[in-house]
Design a protein around this ligand. Structure first.
Ligand code: NDP
Ligand code: GDR
Length: 371
């Protein structure tokens, strides 16, 4: 019998990679998607199967983490062996704008899911993976961060995820459920949402190189993140649920990079060397050299400015994870370093933006993304 998985947040970056991974392993995959006035399944459209096909292995259901009636009914229908709770309002900066909703979807949503499993008497059948985050560490308490590092979240998102973390631990201890937290550090890919800093940079640098955009606006260039590849990270979500014991795990590369160095690496992919001048809110980035045959800008062109709107009310300055436990007990290690990640994202965005260039040449409007 094929195993059955239920993925919330299936239309997101991780949902897409995880669906591919589980389908390859022979799973039947059910996913939760939100109703939207526009199509929102672009990241999983390649996995789509006609609902009239009899033996579908990839099935999407409408739902929302704020609706218990929906979650209970779906879990009853699906009877999953494994649930991956990836659904969340996942943007840290946006969580300051919509804190109550973030608490509801990311915090209480996790409770709704866990309690649906308990109510339906599936505690011993259904294993649950909770998408916890390095944002729990927030204000630096210890470097590198391990499973034992104290939490100090710095955003409504981090606080909501802290509730989700502990309610997962509590349901494991109270009801003997196989429920685990993966404390994943930042992970990116060509499928990353366009307003997270990595993708915002690779999109903008591609557009600047192709003459579609003049400038990139960013916030804090000195934040440091432990960036890995989403494809590596979804694999360990599955490994966590196959472990002998239900536990919580730090998943990271163990290396940290400043936002400004990510910017430098992205410009280097189009042969441009950047020079930063000024400091704080007045810092700017200029083109110092162009080594690429095709991508050329006059030397001294200003391609980067700081927009204080992108600063957060409270920031997480430094994240660097120690995934020794996952290496020793699960045999997992990150395969992709930040340089290969930037390269892959730049290759993908250059291709995408090339399409925009053709559209523009043909007289069609293309959007300008500064977000
Ligand atoms: P994305 O933002 O790409 O995807 C989030 C998914 O959640 C989308 O499918 C979104 O739907 C869905 N969603 C949002 N709100 C609701 C809701 N109320 N009900 C149902 N579905 C909802 O995130 P990622 O794929 O990057 O991350 C997956 C999970 O892992 C998230 O929980 C995130 O917080 C967490 N995480 C991510 C890390 C990272 O670096 N990527 C690191 C650590 C944790 P829609 O497409 O309709 O918006
Ligand atoms: P993060 O990711 O907050 O770490 O959360 P994000 O890419 O948004 O920010 C990383 C760092 O870059 C700085 N930054 C900017 N960020 C954005 N988005 N836009 C900018 O213009 C900009 N300029 C500088 C930020 O201040 C920050 O320090 C991600 C999400 O995927 C969470 O869901 C997940 O839990 C954590 O990673 C681990």
């Amino acid at each position: 019998m094929a195993k059955v998985a239920f993925i919330t947040g299936v239309t997101g970056q991780d949902g897409s990679y995880l669906s591919e991974f589980l389908l390859e392993k022979g799973y039947i995959v059910h996913g939760l998607k939100r109703r939207s006035s526009l199509f929102n399944t672009e990241r999983v459209d390649h996995l789509y199967q006609d609902p009239h096909e009899e033996r579908r292995r990839f099935i999407l259901h409408y739902g929302d983490m704020t609706d218990s009636t929906n979650l209970i009914r779906l879990i009853q229908e699906i009877q999953p062996d494994e649930i991956y709770n990836l659904a969340a309002m996942s943007h840290v900066h946006v969580s300051f704008e919509i804190p109550e909703y973030t608490g509801n979807a990311d915090g209480l949503g996790t409770l709704r899911l866990l309690d649906a499993v308990r109510l339906l008497g599936l505690e011993k059948k259904t294993k649950i993976y909770q998408a916890s985050t390095s944002e729990l560490y927030g204000k630096v308490q210890e470097v590198p961060q391990t499973e034992k590092t104290p939490f100090y979240p710095r955003s409504p998102y981090g606080v909501a995820k802290m509730y989700a973390y502990w309610i997962t631990v509590n349901y494991r201890e109270a009801y003997g459920m196989f429920a685990c937290n993966g404390i994943l550090f930042n992970h990116e890919s060509p499928l990353r949402g366009e307003t997270f800093v990595s993708r915002k940079i690779t999109r903008a640098v591609s557009r600047i190189a192709l003459g579609l955009q003049d400038k990139l606006f960013l916030g804090n260039l000195d934040a440091q993140r432990d960036w890995g590849h989403a494809k590596d990270y979804v694999k360990v979500m599955w490994m966590i649920l196959q472990a002998e014991e239900a536990e919580d795990w730090v998943i990271a590369t163990g290396k940290t990079t400043k936002v400004r160095d990510f910017v430098r690496m992205a410009f280097a992919e189009v042969g441009m060397v950047l020079e930063f001048k000024g400091s704080g809110r007045h810092e700017k980035g200029y083109v110092l050299a162009c080594h690429h045959e095709e991508y050329q800008l006059p030397l001294g062109t200003e391609v980067l400015s700081i927009d204080p709107n992108y600063f957060r009310p409270t920031e997480v300055d430094l994240l660097i994870g120690d995934a020794t436990k996952a290496k020793q007990k699960l045999g997992w290690e990150a395969q992709c370093d930040v340089a290969s990640l930037v390269k892959e994202m730049m290759e993908s965005d250059l291709k995408l933006m090339e399409k925009d260039r053709h559209l523009k040449k043909g007289g069609f409007n293309t959007l300008n993304y500064y977000e």
